[in-house]
Design a protein around this ligand. Structure first.
Ligand code: UD1
Ligand code: UDP
Length: 384
């Protein structure tokens, strides 16, 4: 009989990274998939659901303007309880490190349901960075019965926490599966800024920033560095899809709104965003997912954070952790944009996070867990 799997997620990156797996599970007769979205994000989540043609069976619709961590957590736990009681899934799937992930896992644990954690085992070991994601991910790891680690390093982190090795599967990251399905060199942008954009003759930076620990002074420092770069490099254009968080939008408009070299645009849908990533010269970001995607496309990344739970691309040379010091961001960006040799060294495509086959490995692991097969799947080993 088909096993009932319920996926619980709520933000843009969870949706993007889970979508290829959910599509595959829908087609697999061993499984019956139930989709529950918390809607911790609304517009940014709906864009992804529409792109991948995914329809929620349950939508908690919790998002509020300037929402608090307490508010998100409480609403998810309260609203999930009756759904879990009614559906009684054989397994819950949660992804990554958001508050939807942790609260979804906790509510499932309270019903004594089995939980599988995708993108398990990433660690900074710094409680407040990224905040609250480091602890969301650690706590989800404690609650989970199955751990899908994207890399060997992530598996090692879990082993150090005494997680049973039989419960850990190294799968690669599904973000690479998603990315490979959408990047297209003939892609035409609909966005008015990007429609006729001269990527060939301009130097381009793609900027994204949204981390809670960067709100306030760190983000002001980031924006100051960007201002200085446009002052010093006359053919530089900065494309900044601004997160829908009103706190970020107000600051971006105030500090960067008048600069004609800086394009503040709406958050892009995933298809244009991935294709934009494939065309720019340099990426400045505090995002987790973009740190994984850009190296696969051979784009150097400066990470605007003091810590990262994704050290693999730093070792590979395409990612540099610069933090939020204005002068450091400016200098590292300036060097990369003006020193050809350095740029070349840092822009060879590397794929430490996956080979596009993570979805199949996760399904093999689920088949093993439910005894549809008796062969434990082999771990993903990155070859660079
Ligand atoms: C959340 C996750 C973070 C993840 C990020 C991905 C937590 C605590 N944070 O952070 O781990 O990296 O998503 O983007 O789980 N908003 C909208 N519409 C949307 C989405 C957001 O208006 O579609 C606005 C709302 O005012 C909301 C605010 O943005 O209150 C912040 O959203 P929230 O999910 O709390 O934080 P993120 O920074 O998006
Ligand atoms: N992304 C997108 N549109 C944008 C910015 C990002 O589709 O305007 C995608 C990006 O390709 C990646 C994911 O959103 O897959 C990353 O989400 P985000 O940076 O919000 O969260 P994080 O990865 O830090 O949790």
């Amino acid at each position: 009989m088909a096993k009932k799997i319920m996926a619980i997620f709520g933000t843009r990156p969870e949706a993007i990274k889970m979508a290829p797996l959910l599509k595959a599970l829908q087609k697999n007769s061993n499984y019956k998939l139930v989709l529950t979205v918390t809607a911790q994000h609304r517009e940014m989540l709906d864009q992804v659901l529409e792109l991948f043609n995914l329809k929620a069976d349950y939508d908690l619709d919790i998002m509020q303007k300037k929402q608090s961590l307490n508010g998100i957590t409480v609403k998810i736990i309260k609203n999930l309880a009756p759904i879990l009681k009614q559906e009684k899934p054989d397994l819950l799937l949660v992804h990554g490190d958001t508050t939807s992930t942790f609260a979804g896992a906790l509510a499932s644990f309270y019903q004594q349901l089995k939980i599988a954690h995708i993108e398990a085992g990433l660690r900074t070991h710094n409680k407040y960075s990224p905040f609250p994601e480091e602890i969301n991910r650690q706590l989800t790891g404690v609650l989970a019965d199955l751990h899908f680690a994207p890399t060997i390093k992530a598996k090692e982190n879990l082993l150090l926490e005494n997680i049973n090795k039989e419960k850990i599967f190294v799968t690669g990251n599904t973000v690479i599966d998603a990315l490979l399905s959408v990047v297209d060199s003939n892609y035409k942008f609909a966005d008015s800024t990007l429609y006729n954009f001269d990527f060939k003759h301009k130097q381009t930076i793609l900027l994204t920033t949204h981390r809670r620990e960067n709100l306030g002074e760190p983000m002001e420092n980031i924006f100051r560095a960007i201002q200085k770069l446009t002052d010093k490099i006359s053919d530089l254009e900065v494309i900044f899809p601004v997160h829908l968080n009103p706190v970020i939008r107000e600051l971006a408009a105030e500090m960067l709104g008048d600069n004609s070299q800086i394009h503040l645009i709406e958050p892009l849908e995933y298809l244009p965003f991935a294709n934009l990533l494939a065309r720019v010269d340099l990426v400045l970001t505090d995002s987790g997912g973009i740190q994984e995607e850009a190296p696969a496309l051979g784009k150097p990344v400066l990470v605007l954070r003091d810590t990262t739970e994704r050290p693999e691309a730093i070792s590979a040379g395409t990612v540099i952790k610069v933090g939020t010091d204005s002068e450091k961001i400016y200098q590292e960006s300036f060097n990369l944009l003006t020193k050809k040799e350095l740029y070349q060294q840092r822009s060879s495509a590397v794929n430490p996070y996956g080979d596009g086959k993570a979805v199949q490995r996760i399904i093999n692991a689920l088949d093993f867990f439910f005894k549809f097969t008796f062969e434990k799947p082999a771990d993903f080993l990155a070859d660079n």
